[in-house]
Write a protein that binds this ligand. Structure first.
Ligand SMILES: Cc1ncc(COP(=O)(O)O)c(C=O)c1O
Length: 371
């Protein structure tokens, strides 16, 4: 794989040593062009291309579905992760049971449930990890939902999603998985995980920019739920514009309610096309390689890695290192054009396909000056 050619797809890498995919990646030229093209078309053609854009939206749906081993009917386009999580929390009610989640979760995983009045209990971490047996010990007869990120945003801990899915099956729990820090790095298979609901934003690892959320609903749930939202596009024949009867289409598309935000969907489509052209496994291996490369170099100069990623099974694209002055250092690095972020008492670094060993060497050199 020619990683330098791939890097050329990301002009931001000419200006920055960009190591912040966990915050937000730069978009590729391909993704930006896809959104631009839509605005050019609408500028020149008005709404005459509506059918064409609707068809194109369905092609993107198929591409996204295939990427996570889902069916297109199980996919809804959303604005962000929080949007998807709110949809799940709205399908059910607090009377149906309690939510079990992890104490390190990003608020998008927890606040939608708290807002709806659910009782949310938190599993405390064991040195930033969540062993399955530890989670199981927290399940009570009242527990109905298990909500977890596949990769924790601050520490980079990667959960064993298949084991979590098995646990949910064993205890008859609804399994809700936030894959925002995983999609685009870690190959995801909704069938293997036995997941009921899943959501992500395309801002981070898919490199698709803002407003590119995806919500997955397992088709076995589709016919049994109370639809929490509806609009003119949620029915079998929207073109009939029947405003008295709700002939709901039980599919992901029904959650979109009205006309789609074409520009962001096309950016997401182009972003997934790029990921597909490189290959999920190739991307995963490259990011793991860069993470190990960094780990070896940074440990050599005396830094401590806080991420629980000694075993490759819990490693993700995120590495958290301990630092005595994280705030000041992140700012200083930014002045040198090195983009990372502060998380807790550490500095979070995230490697992606647009990064090279030279980026890492520059970061390690710069960090050395801060000791
Ligand atoms: C695990 C996780 N979920 C969600 C988000 C962002 O939420 P949203 O897509 O709703 O803006 C982040 C951002 O850091 C995250 O790390």
């Amino acid at each position: 794989m020619d990683w330098n050619t791939i890097r050329d797809q990301f002009p931001a890498t000419k200006k920055y040593i960009y190591l912040n995919a966990a915050g937000g990646s730069p978009v590729s030229v391909l993704a930006a062009n896809a959104a631009r093209q839509f605005y050019d078309e609408m500028e020149q053609e008005g709404d005459t291309l509506y059918e064409h854009w609707m068809n194109k939206t369905e092609r993107v749906r198929e591409r996204v579905a295939a990427f996570i081993h889902a069916d297109p009917e199980e996919i809804a386009f959303t604005m962000n992760t929080s949007h998807g999580m709110n949809l799940v929390a709205s399908i059910y009610s607090p009377q149906e049971g309690t939510v079990l989640t992890m104490e390190d979760e990003f608020p998008s995983s927890t606040l939608p449930w708290i807002n709806k009045g659910y009782t949310v209990t938190f599993v405390e971490s064991d040195k930033y990890t969540y062993p399955i047996e530890h989670i199981e010990n927290h399940i009570t007869p009242q527990t109905k939902f298990l909500v977890s990120s596949l990769v924790q945003y601050s520490t980079g801990f990667k959960q064993n999603a298949r084991a979590l899915g098995d646990l949910c099956k064993k205890h008859d729990l609804i399994f809700v998985l936030n894959v925002t820090q995983a999609i685009g790095v870690i190959p995801i298979d909704v069938r293997e995980y036995n997941v009921d609901y899943l959501m992500f934003t395309g801002l981070k690892w898919p490199m698709a920019g803002y407003g590119t959320g995806v919500f997955y609903i397992n088709k076995k749930m589709l016919r049994h739920i109370n639809m929490p939202v509806a609009g003119w596009q949620s029915v079998h024949y929207p073109e009939n514009m029947n405003n008295t009867e709700l002939d709901l289409e039980y599919s992901g598309r029904a959650f979109e309610m009205g006309c789609p935000p074409f520009a962001t969907i096309f950016a997401l489509g182009a972003a997934f096309e790029l990921l597909n052209s490189i290959g999920k496994q190739t991307i995963y291996e490259r990011i793991m390689y860069l993470s190990r490369y960094f780990e070896a170099a940074i440990e050599q100069i005396g830094f401590t890695i806080l991420s629980p990623q000694k075993a490759d099974t819990s490693r993700s694209g995120i590495t958290l290192i301990k630092h005595h002055e994280p705030d000041k250092t992140v700012e200083k690095l930014a002045q040198e054009g090195i983009i990372v972020s502060k998380r807790g008492s550490g500095i979070r670094v995230a490697f992606h396909i647009y990064n090279t060993e030279e980026d890492i060497d520059r970061l390690v050199q710069a960090l050395k000056q801060t000791t």
